[in-house]
Design a protein. Sequence first.
Length: 416
Amino acid sequence: MKKRELNGLTSREIKLIRALDEGAKALNRRGVSQTSLTEIAKRLGISRSALYYYFEDQQDLVFQCYRRSCEQLTLRLNEARRRSSGTFEAIEIFIESILNEDQPEFAVLSEPSFLRTDQRSMIFKLYDNLRTNLADILDEGINSKELRPCHSKLVASAIIGLISWITKIHQTRDLSRNDLIKTIKSMLHSGIAADRSAPIHYTPFTLSPMSVPAWQAFDQEVMLAARQEAFLSAASWLFNLKGVDATSLDEIAQRVGVTKKLIYHNIGDKQVLVDQCYRRAYNFYEDIGTRVHAYKGSRIDALSAAAHALAEASMRSDIAPFRPFTGLESQPKAVSKKLRESERHLTSLYLEIYKQGIAEGSLTKVDAGIPAMLLLLPGTVEWLPKWLESFSDADRARAPWELTELYRLGLRPLYP
């Protein structure tokens, strides 16, 4: 944190800010279960007992980190609005002020259900106010024709999701924050389409949950696979909504309509379940990647189909892949290694697709590099489950189309 930002603060306030900074980093990388007051105290060079002067317990640490993040995001948005001379400039200033390397990392809202009901209600209210304020800015731009018509509520959710996504994963990528900021601004401005006026031709992929044909109803292996898929889809959905630590095996069993004992018998304990949810997610992403690569049509249409599939899947409880809200470093080494291998394969696959699109003239060149632009594809839809309850049925149906258009076209008007 810059020294000038600490001027005028008491010693206690400065120590609290530094503790919250360390707490935010730990929560973003390892999640609630692996973030402790002992760890924070060690990083600050103080005793664990001294931290109780600032936090009642781990839950209070998480709450204060989330609350401070909401307040900082809102403050940055208000400042951007005051400093800008137009809507898009305000969005750019907001993004830069949050993701700038000189700024402290904010705690991404990954596991709100770990909080008490009153704490959670306060955090959701703060986030809803932030999204409403951002949507209001978008509406002003639409009305003044500085931005193209769009669903401001969904787009505001996507922008906050992008900022959260980059905050979570930038430490694990060989990309500078400046490159990522530049790429987000470019995507939000003009999208990935080389010809933004070209009509939409893509056909969405069909996403279907695993089903068992009647003639296989007595095949034990098929039925076991179907039962495991039911457990993993239910767990993935609840983990995405609530966070891993706030979701119990009892809740998962109740959602499927079985006993917890049956989950232990078919999958294993909770850690094994989380590992399997990660593997299921990357199997889903690899399936989508394979279908994108084989897509019969332009590469802009192929990537549009991918964006649509990711958005649709994130809002379907029977399909939704587990979203890795905490870093892979929080997983066992064997699991982390497998997931990184899958990630490298997907990156290579999409890199080839994007290069083909540039060569054929359907995709725009990226100043900061293709990997940075591809990284935004999952980030656009990553946080949709967190807003799910606030979306109407019409919003949910529109979301895949709206967010695909955001990735494809950006926000500036299609015509002067």
